[in-house]
Write a protein that binds this ligand. Structure first.
Ligand code: ZN
Length: 299
């Protein structure tokens, strides 16, 4: 039986591509529903995937289904409308997507472990992260309709594959597909919720809580516990001094919550780290679940 031609319905009732190991007729090892291998037995629907596309269909279709949770929400027909306009591109960590005041020409969908973040540049030259976007979301043209200048800088934080679509084509797709239009409207609502929560978080939560929150959010999106990031980068991103970030990371290390290596931070006890974090991630996740169920990454 070919795994490339199947979808399955997992215990959460969502259709997914089969991206793991086919074990037998009733059990699959897949990561898409967040269930461990032995817990996911809800493979109730096996259906043919949508028709192959002329442009390397297997790779693109698999990527869309498996790796962009936001696009996975769409029905097969609506996915196909968007799929015809998407191009897969690859970025390395640190690549620039947008600069402030430059026109935003493309909308990007991070795939798999790819992450990008928006940064605000301050008058003293600091660059502070305001929003992290992984496979649950998209960047560019979310709130505005059509080409408009970017307010913030957007950088790739974890390199990998992205889909992109020119904004003028995205607008045409939105006009032709009410479902795609609604998806972007709903995602814009979730993105605003993240921004609101981020404002409150920066105002009232401690550096330790925020650092723990950020590390959890990053590991959830990347899908592994090892984050390529120095303490200097963590500090700069949070808009705090390096000494503050170092002290927090040292406390986490002493409590066996993280390990550090050259150029990286590894989370060794995610549960303990969660207890140190504020509840901002959880609040945003709850909103996602109400507005776009199943899209927000889970550990
Ligand atoms: Zn917070």
């Amino acid at each position: 039986m070919s795994t490339d031609l199947l979808q399955l319905q997992c215990v959460k009732g969502r259709l997914h591509a089969l991206n793991g190991v086919f074990l037998n007729e009733n059990r699959y090892d897949h990561r898409c529903c967040g269930q461990p291998q032995n817990a996911c037995r809800g493979t109730t629907a096996l259906t043919p995937r949508f028709a192959p596309n002329a442009r390397n269909p297997t790779l693109l279709e698999r990527s869309m289904l498996d790796q962009s949770e936001l696009l996975n929400v769409l029905s097969q027909n609506d996915r196909q409308v968007l799929f015809d306009q998407l191009t897969e591109v690859h970025f390395t960590t640190g690549d620039l997507l947008y600069e402030p005041d430059q026109n935003v020409d493309f909308c990007y969908f991070p795939l798999g472990a790819s992450i990008a973040s928006y940064f605000v540049l301050t008058d003293d030259g600091s660059i502070v992260e305001t929003l992290m976007v992984g496979r649950e979301g998209a960047l560019g043209g979310i709130v505005s309709a059509g080409i408009a200048p970017s307010f913030a800088r957007a950088n790739v934080m974890n390199g990998g594959a992205f889909y992109r679509i020119p904004l003028d084509r995205l607008e045409r797709v939105k006009r032709s597909s009410p479902a795609v239009d609604a998806l972007f409207t709903r995602y814009a609502d979730c993105m605003m919720a993240q921004v609101f929560q981020s404002i409150a978080c920066n105002a009232i939560h401690t550096i330790e809580q925020r650092a723990a929150k950020w590390l959890i959010a990053a590991t959830e999106r990347i899908g592994r516990n090892d984050i390529a990031m120095t303490q200097e980068q963590l500090a700069a991103m949070m808009g705090i001094g390096r000494s503050y970030a170092s002290r927090v990371v040292q406390r986490f290390k002493l409590d066996d919550i993280v390990r550090t290596r050259r150029g990286g931070i590894e989370v060794t006890d995610a549960h303990a780290l969660s207890r140190r974090a504020c509840t901002c991630n959880a609040r945003v996740k709850r909103h996602f679940e109400r507005v776009l169920e199943g899209v927000y990454p889970a550990v």
